[in-house]
Design a protein around this ligand. Structure first.
Ligand code: DC
Length: 222
């Protein structure tokens, strides 16, 4: 089974992905991580984030192992990693170079310890439209920019990251705009995606709603 969950940052994709992954024994692929890895590697090397040739080189040489190593960097999850990811992800050749790695993950889905999974849950911006257009179930999870910025700000605060709500909000607005307006694979719901607005939902309510939809879809498929 393949489930895709697309949508903007801090909309609640990660929360539902983790629950669905455990419940249905699906391996989880957070596709934003590869763009963060490419973006951060560019920053670390002092490369201009709009330098297509360099970004393509970094993308072509990106591996799962490198991505996991970069994910331990203190800037990986901050706005530095997020903005860098968003910038390199708007380069068409970079997206193409990272396509196979993302699609191939569904061929032999395994958990981190190597055990076999029942399928994959993809989390990203274009997983239902481009990476897995034939996915069994697709979601587009969203929420108002202010709600998402407050959630992200609280996450950063809890991690001790020095920032302000306004900075997080500004970062989110510019990232959403770039992700939604880029030429290749812009962030948008797939035609057959279920759209879920979590602005006024608790995490529990969101999880309940998603599980209900998955159960209904599975019944329909039987
Ligand atoms: O989900 P995230 O915040 O970690 O994603 C970081 C950036 O990566 C996001 O702003 C746009 C890009 N991205 C993308 O273009 N396509 C994806 N499938 C996932 C992320």
């Amino acid at each position: 089974m393949i489930i895709t969950i697309d949508g903007p940052a801090a909309a609640g994709k990660g929360t539902v992905s983790k629950v669905l992954s455990e419940r249905y024994k699906l391996s989880y692929f957070d596709t934003g991580m590869i763009y963060r890895a490419v973006g951060l590697e560019m920053v670390k090397n002092g490369f201009d984030l709009s330098d297509e040739e360099k970004a393509l080189f970094v993308a072509q040489n990106m591996t799962f192992e490198k991505m996991m190593a970069l994910s331990c960097d203190k800037d990986f999850r901050t706005d530095i990693g997020g903005q860098a990811a968003s910038k390199v992800s708007s380069i068409t050749s970079v997206r193409q170079a990272l396509l196979k790695m993302q699609r191939d993950f569904a061929l032999f889905p395994v958990f981190a310890d190597g055990t076999k999974a029942n399928g994959v849950i993809y989390d990203g911006r274009d997983t239902g439209t481009v990476i897995c257009p034939d996915a069994d179930i697709k979601f587009f999870v969203t929420a108002s920019t202010e709600v998402r910025a407050m959630r992200r700000f609280k996450e950063f605060e809890a991690k001790g990251i020095d920032t302000t709500y306004q900075k997080v909000l500004d970062d989110m607005i510019s990232r959403d705009k770039r992700d939604a307006e880029r030429q290749t694979a812009p962030m948008k719901p797939a035609d057959d995606a279920v759209i879920l607005d979590t602005s006024n939902m608790s995490a529990e309510a969101e999880i309940d709603a998603v599980i209900k939809i998955v159960e209904e879809k599975l019944k329909e498929k039987k």
